[in-house]
Design a protein around this ligand. Structure first.
Ligand code: DGL
Length: 276
C-alpha cells in the first residue's frame, strides 16, 4: 500500500469486548482520532466474561482477534479488562498485528492521579483474580497501596441499560463502601462497562475520588502508537462497523445513548457451532 498519497493508512482499528462496555473505548477513540475507521465486535454470545475461566476467555479473545485480522485491521484494542488480563500476552505471541490492552494505561493513569498513594480498583472477578492491576501499578510505583474489589453485578446493571438508576446507586454504595473507608483518593474503573456509572458514582461520592477511566487512557495510548508507527488515517470520512455475536436485545439502545446517535449492530457468526 502506498501511504505517501495523503490518505495515511486507511485500514480500520479492530476493537472488542463482551458487550456494550467496550463502546466506551470506541467513543474515546472516535473523539480523539476522528479520521480513524473502526470495527467493533461485542461478544454477546459469551457475555459476561467476568465469571469465566481465564483459558475460556482467552480462547474467545484469540478467535475474535483472528477474525479482526482477517478484516485487515492495522491495530487491535482489547477493550475489555477481563480479556486483557486473560489474553493480551498470549495474543501478542500469536499475532503479527499490534495489540493494545486496557490495563496498563489505567494503571499508569492511577499512579499519576493519586496524591495519598491509595488506589481502589473495581473490576470483574476475572480481572481481580488475575491480579494484573496490582502488578501493573506496583511495577510503576511499589509504594502505592491497591485495594481491589470485584463488582460483577455492576456489569449486568450496565448491560441492562440501568447505569443511572436507583439499583445502580444501591449496588455502588455496597460495593464501594470498603474502598471509601480505606481512604483511597483514586478509583480505577477497571472494567470498560463502568465509565457509564460515572454520573451515579459522582452523585454518591462527590469529590471523593479521581476517577480513572480506562477508555480515555487507552485512546491516548492508541494515538501514541499510531503516531509512533505512522499508521494514522487521513482524508475520507471514516466508516464504523458495530458487530455482535448474538441477538442484540438492549444493545442498540444503550449504544445509541453512548454515541448520541442511532446504532444498528449487525450480527456476525464467528463460531461454527455456537458455544455458550
Ligand atoms: N467490559 C469487560 C471488562 O472490562 C467485561 C465485562 C464482563 O463481560 O464480565 O472486564
Amino acid at each position: 500500500m502506498d501511504r505517501r498519497a495523503g490518505a495515511g493508512d486507511p485500514r480500520p482499528i479492530g476493537i472488542f469486548d463482551s458487550g456494550v462496555g467496550g463502546l466506551t473505548v470506541v467513543r474515546a477513540i472516535r473523539e480523539r482520532l476522528p479520521m480513524e475507521p473502526t470495527i467493533y465486535v461485542a461478544d454477546l454470545l459469551h457475555f459476561p466474561y467476568g465469571p469465566r475461566f481465564q483459558d475460556e476467555v482467552r480462547g474467545f479473545a484469540i478467535d475474535i482477534i483472528r477474525y479482526l485480522e482477517s478484516r485487515d485491521v492495522k491495530l487491535v484494542v482489547i477493550a475489555c479488562n477481563t480479556a486483557t488480563a486473560a489474553a493480551l500476552n498470549h495474543a501478542r505471541e500469536l499475532f503479527e498485528v499490534p495489540i493494545v490492552g486496557v490495563i496498563s494505561p489505567g494503571a499508569q493513569a492511577a499512579v499519576e492521579a493519586t496524591k495519598n498513594n491509595r488506589v481502589g480498583v473495581i473490576s470483574t472477578e476475572g480481572t481481580m483474580r488475575s491480579q494484573e492491576y496490582l502488578h501493573a501499578i506496583k511495577e510503576i510505583d511499589p509504594m502505592v497501596g491497591v485495594y481491589q474489589k470485584a463488582c460483577p453485578e455492576l456489569v449486568d446493571i450496565v448491560e441492562a441499560g440501568e447505569a443511572d438508576s436507583p439499583r445502580a446507586e444501591e449496588v455502588l454504595r455496597r460495593d464501594l463502601d470498603d474502598i471509601v473507608r480505606l481512604g483511597a483518593d483514586t478509583l480505577v474503573l477497571g472494567c470498560t462497562h463502568y465509565p457509564l456509572l460515572k454520573p451515579a458514582i459522582t452523585r454518591l461520592y462527590p469529590g471523593s475520588f479521581q476517577l480513572v477511566d480506562s477508555a480515555t487512557t487507552t485512546a491516548a495510548k492508541v494515538e501514541r502508537h499510531l503516531d509512533h508507527s505512522r499508521l494514522r488515517a487521513a482524508g475520507a470520512e471514516p466508516r464504523h462497523e458495530i458487530l455482535v455475536t448474538a441477538v442484540p436485545h438492549q444493545f442498540d439502545r444503550i449504544a445509541a445513548n453512548i454515541f448520541g446517535d442511532a446504532v444498528h449492530a449487525q450480527e456476525v457468526q464467528l463460531w461454527e457451532k455456537q458455544t455458550t
